[in-house]
Design a protein around this ligand. Structure first.
Ligand code: SF4
Ligand code: SF4
Length: 692
């Protein structure tokens, strides 16, 4: 009875403190922005894959498996903890024993997992304390963060040792008094062998001490968690459930901007559609924690501070200030700082600080290449680039603050429809001497071609990539494809403007292009530019631009698979080719196979770089980086990537993106390798193979 009373008091204290803490944390959600959730079926599938089966953590198989075992072990051991709670409250003994073989299985699994977790935690502690693993360090990892991680690991270790101690004590006691045991405990049975002959009293004491240690530690741990990075134990499953379902390359639309742009482009229609709204106009982008969505805050609460994101961030790798882990930790810390004031004084509370500027600097934000390596790696599906972009949106649209190179790009796109200062009338100069059909001419003849070839600004104006555009058109002509281009009617897709935070400019460009594309009743689009491929495919549908969009690697793959392209020329035979995955083809849209199929069809030697496919390092151009000075660091990203390519001993670096081409070409110049190693687009290699 005394045991029951003591247990009930401990449980009440635990639940009371936990409810109070949770209420406090949840209260802050009221001050974040609303966002509806859809697609519950798909969300359940993602939760099963990422949270339950640990799909992302297993991307790194060895350490991933250790972490996954700890997680799966926890799930199994929870069953035993529930049983202990009921036994403790009602004075029963092994209340779930009536489940028979299922009970035996669960007890045996818990016992085995207990031992596995002991070894895994010892390995984790060893790594943290004695091995200098880069991702556990960084300016955001203050001593308190490290102490927090070590304390939580130590608690888990003691939890597992007490679980095994409890089971061992139980077996020894049952043996000493000749009692029949319930449940199966293979590890503890083996451990009991070392204590054979223990008296019934000592065995009972061993059982009771470990029973209380285990359950009280669970109670204490549950109340430490909300103040620790290990809050992810509770938050990671909901965080994965509410995570984004769209391809990584997709940027969420800003409805408030769409209204403004529609109003600018067609005031009558916009007024007719939208009744005037009352109240404060919404702030564009994110300045402080009140501007973030509730999903961002839940993400921040679930961040495990594991640093997997930072360890793959090209900006961080090359010594820049940006660390995606810090972005999430700062968001959580800022809410903790401002939250009490918000609760007390309401949404208007202002403490003179803000997430952007006080916690996160502009320098950090502008170093991001929007490559999505961080989001790809995060084990709890956090999307860091979208939060970074929301802060850029605030800087650009509310404060007109962007690096000067990007301001020039914005002005050029606005005035010339391209990031460079070229006349829109010159958009077809790349095609001089080639036969390239125009959509307008086709329409005049009453024809509607099967494909629109989207040239893109880089394909039309960048000197090096104009050559790629020409080679690709030669392939289209050689194959007799029914296609046409928009010519001077094409204007910049707006991709760079969007990722640099100028949502207004992006939407104007998108709406202008869609009006033209829909006017021609375009159904299928091919483009060599993976950035425009992503924008046209994933983002234009938000503005009624719905097309089947193919990257040229996918189109060439189809032609090769269909036997329309045969590359048996030996012009490249013996040449070693390595392929650099463009972020917006690979990670953003999951296309790794098409360019490799194309290269495999060319007689030559293929070699992969160390970081390839979804692990590939960005070339450093994305997110508007190509048009601005790089932030301070140890190295430029393009040099890091070129050096990695050169390590393969390749003769050719193959790319499939105009921006990657610029960066890799610069990298070869910088490393004085431009004579020995060449940089070609896959279209140029196919064209060579076809002898065009
Ligand atoms: S998107 Fe790329 S550059 Fe930006 S924070 Fe993530 S990993 Fe770093
Ligand atoms: S954001 Fe994700 S990957 Fe980065 S530290 Fe947090 S949990 Fe780890």
């Amino acid at each position: 009875m005394i045991k029951q009373i003591l247990f009930a008091i401990s449980l009440l204290i635990t639940l009371g403190v936990f409810a109070w803490t949770t209420k406090r944390v949840l209260a802050y959600f009221r001050f974040t922005k609303k966002k509806p959730l859809h697609n519950f079926g798909k969300r359940i599938m993602v939760t099963l894959k990422v949270a339950v089966f640990q799909e992302k953590i297993l991307r790194r198989p060895v350490i991933g498996m250790m972490h996954a075992l700890v997680w799966w072990g926890f799930i199994v051991i929870i069953f035993g903890s529930i049983e202990m709670t009921i036994d403790g409250l009602f004075g029963t003994e092994k209340v779930f024993a009536f489940m028979g073989p299922i009970y035996d299985f669960l007890m045996a699994s818990g016992d085995v997992f207990g031992l596995i977790i002991v070894f895994a935690i010892l390995a984790f502690l060893f790594r943290r304390l004695f091995m200098h693993i880069q991702r556990f360090y960084g300016p955001e990892m203050k001593p308190v963060s490290k102490a927090d991680a070590n304390l939580a690991l130590t608690i888990i270790l003691v939890l597992m040792l007490s679980l095994l101690g409890m089971n061992t004590g139980y077996l020894l006691w049952a043996d000493a008094v000749g009692e029949h045991t319930v449940g199966t405990y293979p590890v503890s049975y083996w451990l009991a062998g070392f204590f054979e002959g223990m008296t019934a009293e000592s065995a009972w004491l061993l059982f009771q001490v470990n029973w209380w240690t285990h359950i009280l530690l669970i109670f204490i741990f549950a109340n430490i968690l909300p103040y620790s990075k290990h809050f992810h134990v509770f938050m990671s499953v909901p965080s994965v459930f509410i995570s984004r379902l769209e391809p990584l390359g997709y940027v969420e639309n800003m409805e408030s901007i769409t209204k403004e742009v529609k109003l600018m482009m067609d005031p009558d229609a916009a007024f007719a559609e939208q009744p005037e709204e009352e109240g404060e106009p919404e702030r564009f982008g994110v300045k402080d924690v009140n501007d973030i969505f509730w999903t961002n805050y839940l993400n921040a609460l679930s961040c495990t501070e594991c640093g997997r994101c930072t360890s793959v961030c090209p900006a961080n790798i090359t010594g820049k200030l940006l660390s995606p882990r810090k972005i999430m930790m700062d968001t959580r810390a800022r809410m903790k700082e401002k939250g009490p004031g918000l609760v007390k004084e309401g949404a208007a509370f202002d403490d003179g600080k803000s997430l952007l500027q006080t916690w996160i600097t502009e320098e950090e934000l502008w170093a991001c290449t929007q490559c999505n390596a961080c989001a790809m790696e995060c084990p709890v599906n956090i999307n860091q680039p979208s939060l970074i972009l929301d802060m850029r949106r605030y800087l650009v649209m509310e404060e007109s603050k962007a690096p000067s190179g990007l301001n020039t790009v914005f002005a050029n796109i606005e005035n010339n429809g391209a990031p460079w200062q070229f006349s829109p009338e010159d958009r077809m100069l790349w095609a001089e001497g080639l036969e390239v059909p125009l959509m307008a001419d086709k329409l005049a003849k009453g024809e509607n071609p099967e494909y629109l070839f989207w040239v893109s600004s880089a394909g039309a104006f960048d000197d090096r990539y104009k050559k790629v555009t020409r080679e690709f058109v030669k392939i289209l002509n050689h194959l007799g494809i029914d296609y046409a281009v928009l010519g001077t009617e094409e204007t910049d897709s707006g991709d760079i403007a969007r990722r640099a935070g100028n949502e207004m400019l992006f939407q104007m460009q998108a709406m202008m292009n869609i009006e033209i594309l829909n006017g021609y009743e375009v159904k299928k689009i091919i483009t060599c530019d993976p950035h425009d491929f992503n924008t046209l495919k994933n983002e234009y549908p938000d503005f009624d631009g719905n097309y089947e969009v193919l990257h040229h690697s996918q189109f060439l793959q189809q032609m090769i698979d269909g036997g329309k392209i045969k590359l048996d020329s030996d012009i490249l035979s013996g040449k070693k080719i390595t392929f650099h995955d463009p972020c917006y083809l690979g990670r953003a849209n999951g296309e790794y196979k098409a360019p490799r199929t194309v290269l495999d069809a060319i007689p030559s030697v293929k070699i992969e770089m160390e970081r390839n496919k979804s692990f590939a390092l960005c070339c450093g151009a994305g997110g508007g980086q190509m048009f601005k000075e790089a932030e301070k660091g140890d190295k430029e990203v393009f040099i890091e990537r070129t050096e990695e390519a050169l390590k393969t001993g390749c003769d050719i670096i193959a790319t499939a993106c105009p921006f990657c081409m610029v960066m890799m070409t610069d990298g070869l110049k910088y490393t004085n390798k431009e004579e020995e190693v060449k940089n070609y687009d896959i279209a140029e290699l196919v064209s060579m193979g076809l002898g065009l």
